[in-house]
Design a protein around this ligand. Structure first.
Ligand SMILES: Cc1ncc(C[n+]2csc(CCOP(=O)(O)OP(=O)(O)O)c2C)c(N)n1
Length: 273
């Protein structure tokens, strides 16, 4: 497949999954819609354009940790699309009593979930440990992590960043979903991360900035690390919380907003335009 065809295939997948985020969230009265729409283009790029993940060969797979675990629905949807489970399974298990797909992911290797998450900050440390172990075992697997900007207010993120650089973990790829908003306000007003690029640079990481909704640019950013020094890799992906739903875009309220039928219909209509 040539690269233009591949990008348009990935864009179609992302659009399909955005519709499902809205539909399932509406039906389950779920929140975190803004958080899911912020990262679904990134997850689609990783799972369908870059990572080595195959349900039939889980021991050889690259690892992924959804450190901003509250956006679990977007994660479950890419795993569904990767055939780890069916859509019926997702709808039956997501947010159900004793369901297997909770509001925050539980480890379930057979279903493609490499580690539980939800307590913000821990995912990067776990990923760093996995990447370190792959190095010790001389294995080629890579480890990917998605973190949020509010999540970077957690001290453990910075401890992991130091450790990863100390051990030159060039098999570690972190994507920061930098929508500049968290649950109750803007990251700038709560604990500002800027200048985030030079902070990570000074920690001895490779850092590239990208538009987090442009699949072509995200792929270029991921590939660019091949030519960089043997250091851990970070993409600062500039994103929009609530992307593609006009009344949710750039609103921190989209974190906890639950859609009523009128809002759901309006949101769906907006996706098609
Ligand atoms: C340790 C911890 N503290 C607090 C929370 C509650 N919490 C859930 S989501 C969230 C905001 C996260 O913001 P961000 O990382 O920017 O995520 P995004 O905007 O991408 O959804 C908070 C504080 C949590 N899950 N874990």
């Amino acid at each position: 497949m040539n690269s233009i065809n591949m990008i348009s295939k990935l864009e179609n997948i992302s659009k399909e999954l955005k519709k499902k985020i809205l539909k399932i969230s509406f039906e389950k009265k779920a929140h975190h819609i803004g958080s899911c729409l912020s990262c679904i283009d990134i997850l689609t790029t990783l799972y369908f354009g870059f990572m080595n993940v195959n349900k039939k060969n889980i021991n050889n797979n690259d690892k992924f940790i959804m450190s901003k675990g509250h956006a679990s629905l977007s994660y479950y949807l890419v795993l569904m699309k990767k055939n780890f489970f069916s859509e019926n399974f997702l709808i039956k298990e997501y947010l159900s009593d004793n369901g297997k797909l909770g509001g925050h992911p539980d480890t379930n290797l057979k279903k493609g979930i490499d580690f539980c998450s939800g307590s913000l900050g821990n995912g990067l440390s776990v990923a760093t440990g996995m990447a370190y172990t792959f190095k010790l075992d001389k294995k080629k697997n890579k480890v990917f992590v998605l973190i949020g900007d509010g999540e970077c207010n957690e001290g453990i993120i910075w401890e992991a960043a130091l450790f990863a650089a100390q051990h030159k973990l060039n098999n570690l790829y972190v994507v920061l979903d930098y929508n500049k908003l968290q649950g109750f306000g803007s990251t700038k007003n709560i604990i500002d991360l800027e200048p985030i690029k030079s902070k990570f640079n000074s920690f001895n990481w490779n850092v590239v900035e990208s538009n987090g909704h442009n699949i072509n640019l995200l792929l270029k950013a991921l590939r660019s690390f091949r030519n960089q020094k043997a250091r851990p890799n970070l993409i600062i992906a500039h994103t929009i919380k609530g992307k593609n739903v006009k009344f949710m875009e750039n609103k921190f309220e989209s974190h906890y907003q639950v859609l009523d039928r009128k809002e759901y219909n309006l949101a769906l209509k907006g996706l098609d335009n």
